[in-house]
Design a protein around this ligand. Structure first.
Ligand code: NAD
Length: 397
């Protein structure tokens, strides 16, 4: 079968961010082309125009499509012939820029994959959801942990009733890299993440708790009802939280907790989730993503492995590339998000209907969900953990 049938060509990708010295842009670029379904052809790679140009050869982006700003890129790409211009843009820039960049490209008709958190604040997220609806573009959000084969397996096991009714979700995202005031040394990634004018209303809770919250929502599909949260900044002089815990009541009576830290000594990138149902419990860790534990009282514990065999669902199996025992991880999970977004981009490009609202990939509604979670976490914490509504009309239900 030819690539991206019935479109029968590679998609053309543009990248915003990812300039020299940055983090996640390279991951987007790698994930985007992993399955040979796209090629990176254009970019506005840095907020610094000189660096934007200088970074282009690192990605084999030709000089005439290495732009000095995202505005220039949107304008010039839109003027290119249809068989040349980008099909979509990936936004890998700090949080305060996501809205303007996504809006600019969506309104020009380009599909968008934006990193999380979706925007700077909830109002922007709601506006972006309206723009996506109006323009009909495909819009993905890189909550990449939902791309792991065993996370997708967990979701299907919950949906099939294998866990029974879900009573509890414990989601964690624990890091230690901000134990010291790294931002005072102008460390690039620390500087904007701890700056309220760039990160948004939350620090650690916006940066990583959003992933943990999203993971619980993705796997269980439970609808959030109320939230109570406490956020703290333990490093002296830091303007935003570097630790926090939220308790969430779901509409079915389940209880959830989300704990996130960036000040825990020795912890690297420990995102993990545990789910308790009336029939069984699951546990999955992103630092050991190729296995997942399923436990039932009185029975031997079962270890599910990625590509472990026919007991895995079709979706989970299709989310793996290598045979079992050959570890897959971050890049591949990221690429799974890309691949499912590509399916919809191909449909849109070939005039076929697609249901972006029901996508397996995180979409703009999940982005709004994350921003609502951040907003209400901060508001609850400011009211000493008051219970606040976590319902939002634009989120998946
Ligand atoms: N999904 C994940 O697992 C994950 C991991 C890390 C970061 N992120 C998210 O990705 C985004 C970027 O994070 P990072 O750690 O890569 O940041 P970074 O500081 O390492 O890189 C940001 C890049 O964006 C560029 N940039 C800033 N403003 C720009 C503009 N207006 N136009 C073009 N380029 C611009 C910078 O010059 C830099 O190259 C953030 O929103 C962050 O929350 C997601």
């Amino acid at each position: 079968m030819s690539v991206n049938a019935p479109l029968n060509r590679k998609l053309r990708m543009g990248l915003i961010g990812g300039g020299q010295g940055s983090f996640i842009g390279r991951v987007h670029a790698t994930a985007g082309i992993l399955d040979n379904r796209a090629e990176l052809v254009a970019g506005a790679l840095s907020s610094d125009p000189v660096k934007a140009k200088a970074s282009a050869p690192d990605y084999d982006i030709p000089a005439d499509r290495a732009y000095t700003s995202y505005q220039e890129m949107a304008e010039k790409e839109a003027k290119l012939p249809a068989d040349k211009r980008i099909d979509f843009v990936s936004v890998a820039t700090p949080n305060h820029t996501h809205f303007e960049i996504s809006k600019c490209f969506a309104e020009a008709g380009f599909n968008v994959i934006c990193d999380k958190p979706l925007t700077f604040d909830l109002k922007q997220a709601e506006e972006l959801a309206a723009i996506v609806k109006k323009t009909g573009v495909v819009f993905g959000v890189s909550h990449n942990y939902t791309g792991y084969p065993l996370v997708r397996q967990a979701r299907e096991m919950v949906r099939n009733g294998e866990l029974g009714e879900i009573n509890a979700i414990r989601a964690f995202y624990i890091q230690g890299w901000l134990r010291t005031k790294l931002e005072a040394d102008s460390q690039k990634q620390a500087a904007w993440r701890t700056d309220p004018s760039k990160s948004g209303a939350a620090g650690c809770f916006g940066d990583i708790a959003t992933h943990a919250y999203n993971l619980g929502r993705f796997i269980t599909g439970l609808i959030p009802d109320q939230i109570s949260c406490h956020l703290k900044s333990f490093v002296e002089g830091r303007a935003l939280d570097d630790y926090g815990t939220a308790v969430i009541k779901f509409t079915n009576g389940a209880l959830g907790t989300v704990t996130a830290s960036q000040i825990s000594h020795g912890r690297e990138n420990e995102a993990w989730i545990e789910i308790d149902g009336t029939k069984g419990s699951l546990e999955w860790h992103q630092e050991e993503p190729n296995k997942m534990l399923y436990r039932v009282n009185g029975k031997p514990h079962q270890i599910y492995t990625r590509a472990g065999g026919p007991y895995l669902s079709a979706l989970s199996s299709a989310s793996s590339r290598l045979p079992s025992g050959h570890p897959e991880a971050f890049f591949e999970a990221f690429a799974n998000i890309y691949s499912s977004v590509y399916d919809d981009i191909v449909k849109r490009a070939t005039g076929k209907p697609f249901d972006g609202a029901a996508s397996i990939y995180p979409n703009v509604m999940d982005g709004v969900d994350g921003m609502n979670f951040i907003t209400q976490s901060v508001a609850s914490s400011q009211q000493n953990g008051a219970w606040l509504s976590l319902k939002h009309p634009l989120c998946r239900s």
